[in-house]
Design a protein around this ligand. Structure first.
Ligand code: URA
Length: 238
């Protein structure tokens, strides 16, 4: 049987504040549902993805869980508590932050590119857990030219400080003398920078361009985000 819920709880679960705040929005005529004004906080609606509502003029679709991608700009941190730079979460509408959307894995403050966010714990675990080996591709710009021997070294395995085992890239392709595409199965702390440093070189720019089979779209500018489509969700996990 279709699950129904009252409007006050729907808005609360979708991130529009406490139940009391949601009730006030509704009775103050700030909410429409499926194109019709609704000032009854107890009115019940079927919970499915066809449920459309507006809150203070902004259109929203009901989503049991949120799945999104962002093009992370440089100089943003993937943390909730800002330390030295603004957090990525300031680039999202507040209902998404309120409902617990979080970054899946972290990129360094100076790293740019594709980052996924969700409030679905199972999905977060699946994409971030080392057990699932979701490959990630980085475009890495190095200070010094790279040789064919460096590429072989990355593929054969590099010994990192404080790691027992050597870590090998799944793929490494030179684009220019100093730029390579590096595919990794793990997401260890500063992994790309440490692998490049272990070869006596230094990363000067780092951009993540792909997670699983999902590429950062050219149309998504730095600082922008969009919902993941059903195809995107499959691509991430393949
Ligand atoms: N590896 C790094 O060194 N930094 C990142 O942000 C991601 C991977």
């Amino acid at each position: 049987m279709a699950k129904t819920l009252d409007l006050e709880r729907i808005l609360h679960r979708q991130g529009f504040g406490t139940r009391k705040m949601c009730r006030i929005l509704i009775v103050n005529d700030e909410v429409t549902v499926n194109g019709e004004p609704c000032d009854d906080p107890d009115a019940k609606f079927v919970l499915d993805d066809t449920l459309q509502f507006t809150v203070q003029g902004t259109a929203w679709q009901y989503r049991e869980h949120s799945y999104l991608m962002m093009h992370k700009p440089a100089h943003y941190e993937c943390t909730h508590k800002t330390q030295f730079h603004p957090t990525l979460y300031t680039l999202l509408p507040s209902p998404l932050v309120e409902r617990g959307v979080q970054c899946i894995g972290r990129l360094d403050e100076d790293t740019t590119g594709l980052i996924l966010l969700s409030d679905d714990g199972q999905f977060i675990h699946k994409v971030s857990s080392p057990k699932h080996h979701v490959p990630k591709v980085y475009e890495v710009t190095c200070k010094h030219p790279l040789s064919a021997a460096d590429i072989d070294h990355l593929l054969a395995g590099v010994k990192l400080i404080d790691e027992e085992e050597t870590i090998a890239a799944l793929a490494a392709t030179l684009l220019t003398e100093t730029v390579l595409h590096l595919t990794l199965a793990e997401g260890k702390y500063h992994q790309v920078k440490r692998m490049v440093a272990a070869m006596g070189n230094r990363v000067t720019a780092l951009k993540r361009i792909k997670i699983g089979q999902l590429s950062l779209p050219d149309t998504l500018a730095a600082g922008e985000w969009r919902w993941l489509t059903a195809e995107d969700l499959i691509a991430v996990q393949s």
